[in-house]
Structure formats: C-alpha cells, structure tokens
Ligand binder design. Sequence first.
Ligand code: AMP
Length: 317
Amino acid sequence: MRPTGKLHIGHLVGALENWVALQNDYENYHLIADYHALTTNLETAELYQNSIDMLIDWLAAGIDPQKSPVFRQSQIKEHTELFLIFSMLITTARLERNPTLKDQVRDLNIENVIYGHLGYPVLQSADILLYKGDVVPVGEDQVPHIEITREIARRFNQQYGDVFPEPEAKLTKFARLPGLDGNAKMSKSAGNTLLLSESPDDIKSKLKKAVTDPQKIRKGDPGRPEVCLVYTYHQKFNPAETSEISSACKSGLLGCVDCKMKAAAKISEYLAPFREKRSYYEDNLNEVKDILKSGEEIAGKIANQTINEVREVMKLG
Ligand code: AMP
C-alpha cells in the first residue's frame, strides 16, 4: 500500500482484512510503498509521518508484526535493483496498455505521464517477487499489475532459469468499494472516503451526505438497492439485515435518511475496536517505530538472498 495518509474503509475491505485473515496460513510480507507514492505526489515532507500513520492503521486492523514483517520500500535497496533488471523484460507498449494507469490518468487529470508512473507495475513486480510472493491480496484495480508481474516472472525464468513464482491476485467480495459520492471506487484523490479512524459523529455526517439511488427522491418512492452504495455498505457492515433493508427500500417503506443512519451505526460499531487499538499505538509511537525497524531487518535479509540468486543466474557476480 502507498502511504498516502490514514486508510479508508475501501482499503480495509478490499485488501487489509484479507491480509489479516491470511496471516495464519501464509508467510506474509507487508510493504509500505513509499517510492510508489512519489508517482502522484513528489512532496516528501510528510512521507515518513504518512508511513507511520498507515502502519498504525495496519496494526489496529490486526496485522501481527511477529507473523508478518512490515517495511518501507525505500529502505531496502534490492527493490530498486530488481526494478531496473525487470524494466528490461517488458515493453513500453505493454505498460501503456495498463488499464489501471489509464484510469489514474483520467481520474487525476494527469497531462504528462512520468516514466516512474508508467513503470509503476514494474517496481511493484520487484516488490512482490523479491519475496517470491505467490499470492497477492489486493483490490480489483491492482489485478492488471499482478498480470504484468506474472509476465515479467515468466520472461525472467525463460531467459535466466527458474527463480520466481508466477503470483496470483487474491480478491475479497468487496474488491472495489464505491465512494460516498457514488463514484465506483472510494479513493483519497476523489475525496469520497470514510476513514477507519473516523469518529461516530463524523461517520454519521459523512453518511448523511452520501449519494443514493437518484430515482428515490423521497421516502415512499421505491428504491433500487442494487445501484445504491449505502446498500453495498450494509452488505459489508450489516449483513444480518440486508434482505429486510432491500425489501423495505424497494417497497418505499424505508427512506434514505433512516437507511443511512442504520448503516452509520453499524459501521461505527464495526470500527470501534479498531479505534481503540489505534489510540493505543498513537500513545506508543516508539513501539510502532521498533516494529518497522525489525520488519525492515527481516525483509532486508530475504531481499538480499533473492538478489544474490538473481545475480548468480544472470552471471552478474
Ligand atoms: P493504494 O492506496 O492504491 O496503494 O491501494 C492499497 C490497496 O487497497 C490496493 O490493494 C488497492 O487495490 C486497495 N484499495 C484501494 N481502494 C480500494 C477500494 N475503494 N475498494 C477496494 N480496494 C481498494
């Protein structure tokens, strides 16, 4: 994940919850993609603070650093070395076809794409393959990048010998959570987020303004839950009541304001333990910094082993 500040519920349901669930069955590695953050924001003054803020969100969501090392991309030089080698194994035409890049260029109104942004999935391939990752729990927007990673791994293995696995993306049921403004994806750049650390009052007031079915203007009008983002939130945070809410919305019995307040209450309840753990880590920042330091030591060793293997098969020693 890129350290772009505090995480939103899209990050949680699209990726982070999956990370937590998988840590018992897999050897997990969690990367703070601080170099990747530069693709859309060259300002570095807040990069470290944003990294710590994001790490606190991870820990509060249940990432156990004993099982899953956490580390910054910029601190492990092997990422940049493997990125350079991988950049020889993929064409610019292939990278220009990347649909995630096209979406970002459109959504962020980017006029001139920088080289590093074009190469984003190549650096990501290095991030994944340095740890020989075979399963990558991500949201839907990242699936094209995992496909590029597979292609690079295949190309490397054909050229130099079998070193890398061909990783697969692992998606959740909510691989693209919509934003509060009705946009198909919740994202910081769209300004349509609900943060994990939001207070119950803020959750209520943000939900109040959420966009619902445009055809349901007042209570009594029949609604269409299938096009309503608040209904999607109910499906995730209030699964026990979804069928009741769906029929009450369709019949017009349930108005949007009541429906939104129900969702706000359930989301607040869901995030309560998270908020509590977050405030513990905010008060114990040294513990967070130590966690990062020891994660970087562990990850550094693995990355070094892999790069040595790469250099050996490429006869670069
Ligand atoms: P990023 O901030 O782009 O580095 O994203 C971090 C992870 O969160 C990636 O796996 C994304 O696919 C996932 N993610 C971000 N926003 C959403 C969303 N609205 N719905 C589902 N997953 C998301």
